[in-house]
Design a protein around this ligand. Structure first.
Ligand code: NOJ
Length: 571
């Protein structure tokens, strides 16, 4: 049980362990394969703890490892309290938790409670007997004269309604894939089962949870049609199911019955929450400690929707969105900052528009940009060595359900096959799910000899961890330095707890400062042209060698990033 102690503050801000962590996200299937079956596993993670320790991260978020048919690589859970055999056993997980603890790292798991797998026992019982109490753990509805109950389009394509075999005109509801039926949060018995499961894990000694798709748990109970937004005659399910009125009751209860009872961290994946509601989510009595804000991660796709709806964004747009996000989070609570995750393309490929700089310079520039924002930084596996997107020439090379759906949706909307493949290559979630590149060998050191479950990007000769650990100028070393600066230098308090303030600069530059005992400025030229930045400062970090140790006028090279201590600040 949580004990009430007097709140400690730094720079007037309440302190918390979870504000000070540097989190590293692991996609277990693609991190490290210990038993040479081509699939990453828990023992593989344990074997790489020294690497993670050397990098300097303090907490690991491991994407779902629970029993699953793996249609959505584990985001379709068939048993919340057992481990998927290809990842190992419960003993392997316990060993990982203990070994990480010994090295000073905590483990956060992924909580997927908007939906389960259709292979979960509850759903199987619900299907087998329409009178079973488990029927009401899910959402079953009668159709309309041979048609589904409404025209909502699921996130992974097609209707959200799947016909129930052997029951005339009966459907079940799924926001995502048809093998991911939604749990019915209106049912108090279901909610209690979920809370018990969460508490069981927290009692087991994990540090907390990243909470998947949590803004989808409340559905508008009218289940009414939405205006169609595509030539399939359907409209996005989000309109009626994402962050809808009434969700506050479920989220407050979830928090009260679980997270609040433990000393743990809770990070909500909360797309669709407007800034005006951030207080409810991350304020002093918020549902979560922090949430991911997607407003700028989805800058390249209109409203983060279907991938053929591309935008033509400029650095200035990114700057505006980033500043708005930081200001909203700062006004209300704490954020979870990220450049990449398992649903996003690689940041080097997305944000660095000049291919000549999709290299160590670009990777370090982006790292600098996000890492010193106010909030807890989340590094996605491979980001710290500058891994990039792949280019695939055939749809058959994709595993991700959403990639396959987006390909077909693009064709349906009139794009050619080449264009459709282009959108998918650019945005595919598989871009960040390729095997981690440990070394330059044929399997990139991911498996010993087995063919990895997913094709490698193919550039492991140039981009791999073994080389980078040994090279002072590598992206890996730069990430080490950033972690050192944020967590272990004299500027720690300012970089963790200091205020965020945007700095005016040329439109191609994104610049901000963190204000505490001193002012630390972060200046990033997000263009392939030289730029100037005026301001007296002492250099703390730069992604170009031979940058002056101090100056009043900075000549920025293409994609140059600087971290400066401003010289004229006295408290
Ligand atoms: C968000 C997860 O990050 C994504 O990978 C998954 O497909 C959906 N939620 C459904 O669980």
């Amino acid at each position: 049980m949580k004990t009430m102690t007097k709140e400690k503050t730094i720079l007037g801000q309440p302190t918390a362990d979870w504000k000070e962590e540097v989190v590293y996200q692991i996609y277990p299937k693609s991190f490290s394969d210990s038993n040479n079956d081509g699939i990453g596993d828990l023992k593989g993670i344990t074997a790489k703890l020294d690497y993670l320790k050397e990098l300097g991260v303090t907490m690991l978020w491991i994407c779902p490892i629970f029993t699953s048919p793996m249609v959505d690589n584990g985001y379709d859970i068939a048993d919340y309290q057992a481990i998927q055999p290809e990842f190992g056993t419960m003993a392997d997980l316990e060993e990982l938790i203990a070994a990480a603890k010994e090295k000073g790292m905590k483990i956060m798991l992924d909580l997927v409670v908007n939906h389960s797998s259709d292979e979960h026992e509850w759903f199987q019982k619900a299907l087998a007997d329409s009178q079973s109490p488990y029927r009401d753990y899910y959402i079953f509805k009668k159709g309309q004269a041979g048609n589904p109950p409404n025209n909502w389009r699921s996130i992974f394509g097609g209707s959200v309604w799947e016909p129930v075999a052997n029951e005339a005109d009966m459907y079940y509801f799924h926001t995502f894939d048809k093998k991911q039926p939604d749990l019915n949060w209106e049912n108090p018995a279901l909610r209690q089962e979920i809370y018990q499961m969460i508490n069981w894990w927290l009692d087991k000694g994990i540090a907390g949870f990243r909470i998947d798709s949590i803004t989808f748990i409340k559905k508008d109970q009218d289940y009414g049609d939405v205006p169609p937004d595509g030539s399939d005659g359907l409209g996005s399910v989000k309109v009626k199911t994402r962050n809808r009125p009434g969700i506050e009751k479920f989220l407050a209860e979830l928090n009260q019955e679980t997270f609040r009872q433990h000393d743990c961290v809770s990070v909500g994946e909360a797309p669709g929450v407007p800034y005006e509601q951030f207080d409810q989510y991350i304020g002093p009595d918020g549902y979560f400690n922090m949430i991911f804000d997607f407003h700028y991660a989805d800058i390249d796709v209109e409203n983060g929707s279907e991938w053929f709806r591309q935008t033509k964004w400029q650095p200035q747009d990114l700057k505006e969105l980033m500043v708005k996000s930081q200001e909203a989070i700062q006004a209300n609570g704490w954020g979870a900052n990220f450049l990449e995750n398992h649903d996003q393309p690689r940041s080097l490929s997305k944000y660095i528009t000049d291919k000549n700089y999709q290299n160590a310079i670009g990777a370090k520039a982006l790292g600098t940009l996000f890492f010193f924002l106010r909030g807890t930084p989340f590094i996605y596996q491979g980001q710290e060595i500058g891994m990039k997107n792949f280019q695939r020439t055939s749809l058959a090379d994709f595993n991700d359900v959403s990639s396959i759906d987006n390909y077909h949706r693009s064709i349906q909307e009139g794009y050619t096959k080449e264009q459709a493949l282009g959108f998918v290559n650019q945005r595919s979630r598989d871009n960040t799910r390729t095997p981690f590149q440990w070394d330059a060998s044929a399997t990139a050191g991911f498996s010993q000899t087995a063919t990895p479950w997913m094709k490698l990007v193919g550039d492991q000769q140039e981009v791999n961890a073994a080389d980078q650990v040994n090279h002072e100028q590598s992206v890996f070393h730069y990430y080490q330095q950033m972690i050192q600066l944020r967590n272990h230098s004299d500027y720690r308090n300012t970089l963790i707890y200091g205020q965020f303030q945007s700095l005016g600069a040329d439109p191609a530059i994104i610049a901000y400062e963190r204000i505490g005992q001193e002012r630390i400025q972060v200046i990033v030229n997000l263009s392939n042209q030289p730029q100037h930045f005026d301001g007296a400062g002492e250099l703390l970090l730069s992604n170009y060698p031979d940058t002056p140790a101090s100056s009043e006028q900075w000549q920025l090279q293409p994609y140059q990033a600087l971290v400066l201590r401003k010289e004229d600040h006295h408290e």
